[in-house]
Design a protein around this ligand. Sequence first.
Ligand SMILES: [Zn+2]
Length: 81
Amino acid sequence: MTPVQMTCRTLVELVTDYLEGALPDDERARLETHLATCDGCTRYLAQIRETIRLTGELTEALIEPEARDALRGVYRAWLDD
Ligand SMILES: [Zn+2]
């Protein structure tokens, strides 16, 4: 069985759980495997971590709207699948 490749869309949906340590081990492993091969998601995760560092909160709602829009632009091509 070939493991199912996690998509960028799924990573975005799971990233807060990942950062909270709330993902099951198998999901976390898939997410980290995807990160190792995807520059877009690596940048996305870095952006989220920076936001958390600045705000002290792990809440997507606290990400500046402009930053969210920029991230959507980065992902647009991939999210069309
Ligand atoms: Zn990705």
